[in-house]
Ligand binder design. Structure first.
Ligand code: PLP
Length: 491
């Protein structure tokens, strides 16, 4: 359990000192600080929550001295020179300057447990040495030439990725992001089927580009522009959905949409298996089996968005779609594939892939040597470090502890997800399931003070998303639960 470890004072485990003032450009930033938390005992068995704040697990790493601009300076520049649509977490935004595995460090050297992984993106761990080595080695030789010439890195990576796929999913197109991957998948679905209309789920997020915004079905992300020929069907949400966990009712809704709202033929259907941005909502069991059948009968193709759920994060399976016992026609991926590199991919069958050959399909950076070398290293690290099994093991421990917390805090309406793709939905009334929006915001700030960074998602922002880098340990899980317990007890 590692409780004893957390009783050690932070100062004994880790210290970081700034030396005088650092000169950066024309500005001077006088700072010198170390992270020293006061050690106090916690009582995890108390039903009213621990008496004092828990302490971060030991971590044997000293971050580099930070001599860059201060948080206020960065914020000022960001406000002046970056688009006003950018949002930040926390009333006092964090200036994160270094990351190591599952931990992040701010400008003052304060260490945080990263339970959100840069929005489910850091898979192997921040600055994982083997991924870095692959990136550096390739960068020193050749950064870019694009696909008009041959390079082994893209071909090797494609081969390795295809080897992870079931069935005839053997052809890869590389892109730079999840939105691009879903755009390309939608384009292929339309060209291959000869149909236009797409189906996606309410509460889905598939990107923010002008085409994928139509697939996305959470109003906070949707601008008032033409959304394309897209139908949003009922979400098979076991917690809030009208049919609970009974997939057949939701599947019938898909059939009804096709029968009454389309020409009778659709281009395709797209879904995540655990909705990320939507708040870690896992689709009702067997839903995809029923819907894939329906969609294929109309001539459409089935797309699995694995941008958040892929690469072993769900623990039980390497890909999220496997949890539903289906094989899609097209799989899209991004985020975890690159451990932080701008990288996305679309994997499909040779038959579907060939529809793009009727014109020139080109992506300048897609599969460039550096991202390919890094992405390939990510695949190797996940296998070598047995991260899928680790996600299953740590994830089930964490889920059990969250369920125990749920017994003691009425505000926890639902604990859900798989592996290290978890969500905790907070409600003010368990029967009415009223979103505890304000309380979630307070707890969110409190967790940050305690040294834990989680995500906040769902239409009402009342779901904590717990998707740490996959190297997250059981000690980290215990610390996270105790921090939540402590914060909730103080609400
Ligand atoms: C499931 C899913 N699909 C697609 C995307 C879009 O990815 P990107 O932000 O890389 O364009 C996201 C981003 O959060 C996502 O969560």
């Amino acid at each position: 359990m590692g409780f004893h470890r957390r009783l050690l004072p932070n100062a004994l485990r880790f210290s970081r000192h700034r030396h005088g003032s650092c000169k950066v450009g024309t500005s001077s930033f006088p700072r010198c600080s170390s992270t020293v938390a006061t050690p106090r005992e916690s009582d995890p068995s108390s039903s009213s929550g621990p008496a004092s704040p828990p302490h971060l697990p030991k971590f044997d790493y000293v971050p580099k001295p930070y001599c860059g601009p201060s948080r206020d300076e960065v914020l000022r520049k960001r406000k002046e020179f970056l688009g006003p649509s950018l949002f930040y977490y926390y009333q006092k935004p964090l200036n994160i300057v270094e990351g190591k595995m599952q931990y992040l460090f701010d400008e003052d050297g304060k260490r945080y447990l990263d339970a959100f992984a840069g929005i489910v993106t850091v898979s192997c761990g921040h600055c994982h040495p083997e991924v870095l080595d692959a990136i550096f080695e390739q960068s020193r030789l050749l950064q870019h030439a694009t696909t008009i010439y041959l390079h082994h890195a893209i071909a090797d990576f494609a081969e390795a990725l295809a080897s992870k796929m079931p069935g005839n999913l053997k052809v890869v197109y590389f892109v730079n992001s999840g939105s691009e991957a879903n755009e390309l998948a939608m384009l292929m679905a339309r060209l291959y089927s000869g149909n236009l209309e797409m189906i996606s789920l309410r509460n889905a997020y598939h990107g923010g580009s002008s085409s994928t915004i139509g697939l996305t079905a959470v109003n906070t992300w949707k601008y008032p522009i033409p959304q394309g020929e897209i139908h949003h069907v009922m979400n098979p949400d076991p917690y809030r959905g009208v049919f609970g966990a009974d997939a057949s009712g939701y599947a019938q809704d898909v059939q009804d949409h096709i029968d009454f709202g389309t020409s009778g033929k659709v281009a395709g259907f797209i879904a995540e298996t655990i909705q990320g941005v939507g708040g870690a909502v896992e689709l009702a069991p067997d839903y995809l089996k029923l819907v894939y059948d329906i969609v294929r009968k109309t001539g459409g193709v089935c797309i699995a968005d694995e941008v958040q759920t892929g690469f072993g994060r769900t623990g039980s399976h390497y890909w999220g779609f496997e949890t539903q016992g289906v094989i899609p026609d097209i799989v899209t991926m991004a985020k975890g594939i690159g451990n932080g590199l701008p990288l996305g991919a679309v994997v499909t069958t040779p038959e579907i892939a060939s529809v793009l050959a009727q014109k020139i399909q080109f992506n300048t950076f897609g599969g460039n040597p550096v991202c390919s070398a890094g992405g390939h290293a990510v695949l190797r690290v996940i296998d070598k470090e047995k991260r899928q099994a680790h996600c299953a093991d740590v994830g089930s421990h964490l889920t059990a502890r969250f369920r125990d917390l749920q017994q003691r805090h009425d505000i926890i309406g639902d604990v859900r997800g798989r592996g290290l793709m978890l969500g905790i939905e907070l409600v003010t009334d368990r029967v009415k399931k009223t979103p505890a929006k304000a309380e979630t915001a307070i707890l969110f700030e409190k967790l940050r003070e305690l040294g834990v960074l989680v995500g906040k998602s769902g239409l009402h922002g009342n779901v904590f998303k717990i998707n740490p880098p996959m190297c997250f340990t059981k000690d980290d899980a215990d610390f996270l639960v105790e921090a939540m317990d402590y914060a909730m007890a103080k609400l």
